[in-house]
Write a protein that binds this ligand. Structure first.
Ligand SMILES: CSC[C@H]1O[C@H](OP(=O)(O)O)[C@H](O)[C@@H]1O
Ligand SMILES: Nc1ncnc2[nH]cnc12
Length: 294
């Protein structure tokens, strides 16, 4: 049995986390560059927690320039087993209203200007992303949200756009016609990288607006988004506070295999692997490479 280390990636409007025991901001060196910020470590109800503000304190990083690989690698280096991503998003559904939360379970990745994998020339790997979020962790988030009185939608498809501009009306209508439920700018490649890093990932999306398709709401308005975000931030903190009791400190292996995603995924023959890339991959591949040499 391993110990749960819960990682929280705080999105727009969530830059700090109160209530941790023994809180400490730590700088983590990653071979993938500097993470978005220092990481806040501590304990909540006996469970180890690590918090990282996705855009950095003060909202420094744009969706395109968030250092996604460094962030996931830094969380891995701190022993994080489970990541809860908290994000603001727009809605494509009348019944998914601003103020509601969605436990996202699928993604359509329309981002195009980001590094999306730890792997590449010199060490090629292919992980499954059919189910990009962890059902066990997502269920815990749903239970926590419902216990907090949040209006919750279990399951939803998140369209990840490049941004930073919001969608045109034509794009918004197109994504609706594709069956998407919500839209944001950051969950990809974050979810892909968490899977490569063998960390369970759940996405809690907080609806701030109706994107631009809605005839009664018109263009996305950042002022209205920020107002909704302020209320959502309090709800998100209440949800997070319930998670340690639901997850517990002792962690059974993921029944869905998120923590073993690299088993059989690496294609490159050991003697063809690039030593420099393998050194960079040290934290990500430690578990699976230890098995390879046994
Ligand atoms: C503040 S509106 C646009 C901004 O908010 C979302 O950020 P995050 O996903 O980190 O909560 C969205 O993806 C955009 O980056
Ligand atoms: N409508 C929207 N589109 C993209 N990202 C968002 N984040 C919050 N609302 C959004």
């Amino acid at each position: 049995m391993t110990q749960t280390v819960l990682g929280i990636i705080g999105g727009s409007g969530l830059y700090e986390m109160d209530g941790l025991q023994d809180p400490s901001w730590v700088n983590v060196d990653s071979p993938w560059g500097a993470p978005s910020d220092a990481l806040l470590t501590g304990r909540l109800d006996g469970v180890k927690m690590v918090f990282l503000p996705r855009h950095g304190r003060g909202h420094l990083h744009a969706p395109t320039t968030v250092p996604y690989r460094a962030n996931i690698d830094a969380l891995k280096r701190l022993g994080v087993t489970d990541i809860i991503s908290i994000s603001a998003c727009g809605s494509f559904r009348e019944e998914m209203a601003p103020g509601d939360f969605v436990i996202v379970d699928q993604f359509i990745d329309r981002t195009f200007a980001r590094e999306k994998s730890f792997f590449g020339t010199g060490c090629v790997a292919h992980v499954s992303l059919a189910h990009p979020t962890c059902p066990r962790l997502s269920a815990a988030c749903a239970t926590a949200a419902e216990a907090t009185g949040i209006t919750l939608h279990r399951g939803g498809t998140y369209l990840a756009m490049e941004g930073p501009q919001f969608s045109s009306l034509a794009e918004s209508r197109l994504y609706r016609s594709w069956g998407c439920d919500v839209i944001g700018m950051t969950n990809m490649p974050e979810a892909k990288l968490a899977r490569e890093a063998e960390i369970c990932y759940a996405s809690v999306a907080m609806i701030t607006d109706y994107d631009s398709w809605h005839p009664d709401h018109g263009a996305v308005d950042i002022t209205a988004i920020i107002a909704t975000l302020q209320g959502n931030g309090t709800k998100a903190r209440d949800l997070i506070a319930k998670l340690p009791a639901l997850l517990g400190g002792d962690r059974a292996p993921c029944p869905h295999g998120c923590d073993r995603a690299l088993d059989h995924a690496i294609m490159t023959a050991p003697d063809k692997r690039d030593p420099a890339l393998m050194a960079q991959l040290e934290a990500i591949t430690a578990r699976v490479l230890a098995k390879e040499t046994r």
